[in-house]
Design a protein around this ligand. Structure first.
Ligand code: GLY
Length: 433
């Protein structure tokens, strides 16, 4: 099944069950200082859950553009090294605002996965929040899932919150067991037990002091990763071998002359480039530019990470070319890509060009360090700070390169250097005033 058909199937299923189709919001959240980027389908409905805003519908369905590369939900460091983590992904979701609750949410999800997508029932597992007997019993008594496949989990896995404050509640996840090949049979092993759908039962509004105030009306917020489900219905090894990524992967093969399957290192670089092409293009299309703070800095970090991985494959600046391919096949879904094509390509181009010289110099410094410090495996705070301050190396990049050489970065030392610099620049500003 192609991704385009999966999108349609999802919408049709929920529209038939009286849900209003709502378009994705921008990746740049409107008037929400608690969020860097849209990170879930429910973001645009936050005030509806909180009872501060009324809509003409009490059931909604959407496919939301999401970025998880900073803030509460951050997958950046994992991208490239697992089969499922992404900085940009699309979240298919159905929502209830004071309408249905746990029973319907669970039944809808089960019906969609097993009747519409025809996933093998025997391979599906469910998790519930440790004290949520109601959800447990729905899985056991109504869905008739064997108890050996219902797992009670703690708050870290089964209590969902959008950010430090705001709507939140216990959740129930649906996992697909991908088999022995992927290691230990435990719901904590995410490569084997692939989380495909999270059903959140919105019940509270988390306050700044950490207290959970009950909402006037409970609700349902679900999120199913489109890329993950695509990987299942397309029988793909990972999200990257689906039609949502393959045109970029093919282009990288063409311009680098390397093969995606060559070895694990090459594969990781291909995956990073494919993922980062998608996220950076869409972030720019929604109006963000690289900068030194906030979401602009997150964008800069992603582009620079892409530059680091691109140079493992080729000397050419291929990143803008990859964006062109992505814009080409994804503009039917997100026309803002086509509208902003020139801007996307020129920003990516100039950001990579600006960083290229520093990347070479910074790497030379690091290589010298690794050569001279064969026994000392820690990059000092001062060294990491110099790489950040003089060569624009985001700390994550220094950490990544260090890791590749079996070293680590003295993060406490780096923090001290950062503080020192902050104080110095404050002194300068105060002196001027
Ligand atoms: N809002 C549900 C999720 O992101 O998993």
């Amino acid at each position: 099944m192609k991704s385009i058909d999966l999108r349609k199937k999802f919408f049709d299923f929920f529209i038939k069950r009286k849900h209003s189709q709502v378009p994705s919001s921008s990746l740049i959240p409107a008037q929400d200082p608690t969020l860097l980027f849209a990170n879930a389908g429910m973001n645009q409905f936050k005030d509806v859950f909180l009872g501060k805003e009324k809509r003409s519908y009490s059931r909604a369905v959407s496919i939301q553009k999401c970025v998880r590369a900073g803030g509460k939900h951050n997958d950046l460091d994992n991208v490239g090294f697992t089969s499922r983590h992404l900085t940009f992904f699309e979240m298919t979701g159905n929502f209830s605002f004071g309408d249905y609750f746990k029973k319907d949410a669970i039944e809808f999800a089960w019906e969609f996965l097993t009747n519409e997508l025809k996933l093998d029932k025997e391979k599906l597992h469910a998790t519930v929040f440790e004290s949520d007997d109601e959800a447990y019993d729905i899985w056991k008594d109504i869905v008739k899932l064997p108890e050996s496949r219902i797992h009670r989990m703690g708050a870290a896995d089964n209590f969902w919150q959008m950010g430090d404050t705001g709507p939140c509640g216990p959740c129930s996840e649906i996992l697909l067991d991908r088999g022995e090949k992927y290691g230990e049979a435990s719901p904590e092993n995410g490569e084997r037990f692939l989380e495909i759908w999270n059903l959140v039962f919105m019940q509270f509004d988390r306050q700044k002091d950490g207290n959970d105030m009950p909402l006037d009306k409970t609700g349902v917020d679900t999120g199913m990763g489109l890329e993950r489900v695509c990987s299942i219905v397309q029988n793909a090894e990972s999200v990257y071998e689906t039609d949502l990524f393959m045109p970029i992967i093919k282009k990288i093969e063409e311009v680098s002359g390397l093969s995606y399957d060559q070895n694990e290192k090459t594969k990781a670089a291909f995956r990073v480039l494919a993922d980062h092409t998608r996220s950076t293009s869409l972030i720019i299309a929604d109006g963000c530019s690289p900068s030194n703070e906030g979401r602009g800095y997150v964008l800069r970090k992603i582009i620079r990470r892409a530059a680091l991985f691109a140079q493992k494959l080729t000397d050419k600046n291929i990143f803008p070319e990859l964006a062109k391919v992505f814009i080409g096949y994804m503009s039917t879904i997100y026309p803002e890509l086509k509208t902003n094509e020139k801007l996307i390509l020129s920003l990516l181009n100039s950001e990579i060009e600006k960083f290229a010289a520093n990347l070479v110099r910074g790497q030379a410094i690091l290589d010298r360090f690794f050569e001279e410090n064969k026994s000392d495996k820690i990059i000092s705070g001062q060294q990491a700070f110099k790489l950040y301050d003089t060569y624009g190396f985001p700390t994550e990049l220094t950490q990544l390169i260090a890791q590749e050489h079996g070293c680590s970065v003295d993060m406490a030392g780096l923090e001290k250097e950062m503080e020192k610099q902050k104080k110095q620049s404050k002194k300068k500003v105060d002196a001027k005033e």
